[in-house]
Write a protein that binds this ligand. Structure first.
Ligand code: C5P
Length: 239
């Protein structure tokens, strides 16, 4: 997984819209994320199209079901040849272990299995929501760190978390464990529905392994310029 490239969240409704968005990037090497909206509309075709464009691919379907179902679904996803996939850590250790096994079984011999990360708590979740709606009585940070340890013990490669949690996670897991962080905004951008946000520079300082950026790029007046600004800030190159 190329950690230097910000992961662009391609939150579009169709393949046509997605390819039109990518066109001004020409042949630049990109790491992109396909989420539920686009995958449910286009299915495996969108993965094939993005692989033909030579993109590194995160398929963000956040699986959460009984272990057998997740195992079988992961076998299918491994067959698509994506680089990174995810589950909800709230599905528990048996489910996460079944996901790893499914990926291994579904990966063609001689190929590398897709990396697997677990969503700890969505970056749209606030402390208040965790207690009052999800009925989880432990503080958000403690919950995220606990879920991260469970993910590592289940053989996963990392977690999705907020930038602000990466430091506390690395006190409990090995340095090679990935912390993939959405909720990234340039300082002048709106937070939208995200609650726990940070800039690319802060993500770097706090030790994130990779950043996921959607609307700060896709809704920018000039997406290529916004992407380059974010990439340089993430790499620590001041402009
Ligand atoms: O537009 P924005 O930068 O907020 O997009 C963030 C992307 O990361 C979205 O595609 C969202 O589904 C995804 N994501 C997230 N929080 C998580 C996991 C994934 O925001 N915990």
């Amino acid at each position: 997984m190329n950690r230097n490239l910000p992961i662009i969240a391609l939150d579009f409704a169709t393949a046509e819209e997605t390819l039109a968005f990518l066109q001004p990037f020409h042949n630049e090497q990109l790491f992109v994320k396909v989420g539920m909206e686009l995958f449910y509309q286009e299915g495996p075709r969108i993965i094939k199209l993005l692989k033909e464009r030579n993109c590194e691919l995160f398929l963000d379907l956040k699986l959460h079901d009984i272990p057998t179902t997740v195992n079988k679904a992961m076998k299918r996803l491994a067959g698509l040849g994506v680089d990174l996939v995810n589950v909800h850590a709230a599905g528990g250790k048996k489910m996460m272990e079944a996901a790893v096994e499914g990926l291994e079984e579904g990966t063609a011999s001689g190929k590398k299995r897709p990396s697997l990360i677990a969503v700890t708590q969505l970056t749209s979740t606030s402390e208040h929501m965790l207690k009052e709606e999800l009925w989880i009585k432990n503080p958000l940070l403690e919950t995220v760190v606990h879920y991260s340890k469970q993910a590592e013990e289940s053989g996963l490669d990392g977690v999705v978390c907020s930038v602000h949690e990466a430091g506390a996670i690395y006190e409990q897991v090995s340095p090679s464990f990935l912390t993939v962080t959405p909720g990234i905004r340039l300082s002048e951008d709106a937070a939208n529905d995200q609650v726990r946000v940070a800039t690319p520079a802060v993500a770097r300082e706090k030790g994130s392994s990779a950043i996921v950026v959607g609307r700060s790029i896709t809704k920018a007046d000039n997406p290529v310029k916004a992407y380059e600004t974010i990439r340089l800030e993430w790499e620590g190159i001041s402009q």
